[in-house]
Design a protein around this ligand. Structure first.
Ligand code: ADP
Length: 355
């Protein structure tokens, strides 16, 4: 059977009518950014529906109807429709003009971000989340790094989350907290090419379609960089703040500055900078060596007027425990570095509380 084309999808969407306008969503030019991506065994369809932001609640039914209409076509593997506001405000004013999602019963949402990959963002997010749980907070760790979801591996979590009767996903449980990951939802061999366009819709959908329960805090492991996913998150998810992870090298700091500026632009408070791999702690003699001339992040934070949250050493045990799926705060809770993570977690929790 032939795979559905963009025209087939558009035709299917003509069956979805807006009652008050008496016309369908295609005729009303509401459908934008339609992509139909071939994969083995079918197609993945994504598109946005441009709506009046004041009607977002009523439009949810239209969004669902649109997804259903496309699912009726043969060989459709997935459909992802998101609502976007037309006349969207430019990012500089996004915080003021865009409507943010409401996540009931969740007190704080904090993003852990970095300017580039490989600086230890995920490792930091995992250990901070475990530290928050050890500090007595009802914690969720959300892995939103769609390009390389590494949390399931770092926490040796396997399988897929269960769903409730009303089709909401139930986060998995690990180390005294709840865990949700894009990695549970996308096949590991999913081509990178459709991850990019998916970032926007997947993150919004993830927030909407998970049964979060009553929580003190969601720690979000962000994708690296300052791309679309960050803007979407910052604009639509009610972030209490962001933490930037950086290594001491200048180049990384320049990237970190980009991340910082992005959150500032969308009016998400930067709660602080963490310097990761700050100095080397010898596992044999315990001596500390400043191989990367550490301290750059502290100076940068001071220069930018952002709190400096602390320095995490480059320590073999941090990498080994991460690789073994048993993060250091969990496996060595009495170590100096575990205490450091708990202190930082406490500072972040207090800083995020700015009602
Ligand atoms: P990112 O999320 O920024 O891409 P990761 O958290 O995946 O980075 O870390 C990259 C690698 O560095 C991993 O192998 C991780 O175990 C290791 N790593 C991260 N932080 C430290 C640290 N402080 N000491 C030693 N190894 C670390």
């Amino acid at each position: 059977m032939p795979l559905p084309t963009e025209d087939n999808v558009t035709d299917a969407l003509r069956s979805v009518k807006l009652p008050e306008a008496g016309k369908d969503i295609v005729t009303l030019n509401m459908v934008t950014g339609l992509t139909v991506k071939e994969a083995s065994g079918g197609v993945h369809v994504s598109f946005a529906l441009e709506i009046d932001p004041h009607k977002s609640v009523a439009m949810e039914a239209i969004r669902l109807a649109a997804e259903k209409a496309v699912y009726r076509l043969p060989n459709v593997l997935s459909v992802s429709a998101v609502l976007t506001a037309h006349n969207a405000a430019p990012p500089a004013q996004a915080g003021k003009h865009r409507e943010k999602m409401v996540i009931p019963n969740v007190k704080r949402i904090v993003a852990v971000a970095s300017g580039k990959g490989g600086v230890g963002k995920s490792t930091t997010a995992v250990n901070l989340a475990v530290a928050m749980a050890q500090n007595g907070l009802k914690t969720v760790l959300l892995d939103a790094d769609i390009y390389g979801p590494s949390i399931p591996r770092m926490m040796s979590l396997k399988g897929k989350p269960q769903t409730t009767d009303d089709k909401k996903l139930i986060p998995m449980e690990r180390f005294g907290m709840a865990v949700m990951s894009m990695g549970f939802l996308i096949a590991e061999d999913a081509p990178m090419i459709w991850r990019g366009p998916m970032v926007h819709s997947a993150i919004t959908q993830l927030f909407r379609d998970v049964n979060w329960g009553e929580r003190d805090i969601i720690i979000v492991d962000m994708p690296p960089g300052t791309g679309d996913a960050h803007l979407t998150m910052a604009q639509q998810v009610p972030l209490s703040g962001a933490v930037i992870v950086s290594t001491p090298q200048d180049i990384a700091l320049l990237d970190a500055r980009k991340g910082l500026n992005m959150f500032k632009r969308v009016e998400v408070p930067v709660l602080g900078i963490i310097e990761n791999m700050s100095y080397f702690l010898c596992p044999h003699c315990g001596e500390r060596s400043d191989i990367f001339s550490h301290g750059g992040a502290r100076h940068e934070a001071e220069a930018l007027g952002v709190p400096f949250l602390g320095e995490i050493p480059l320590e073999i045990a941090i990498r080994q425990t991460s690789d073994a799926g048993d993060p250091i705060v969990q496996s060595q809770p009495d170590s100096a570095v575990a205490k450091l993570y708990r202190t930082m977690a406490d500072t972040i929790w207090k800083a995020a509380d700015h009602d």
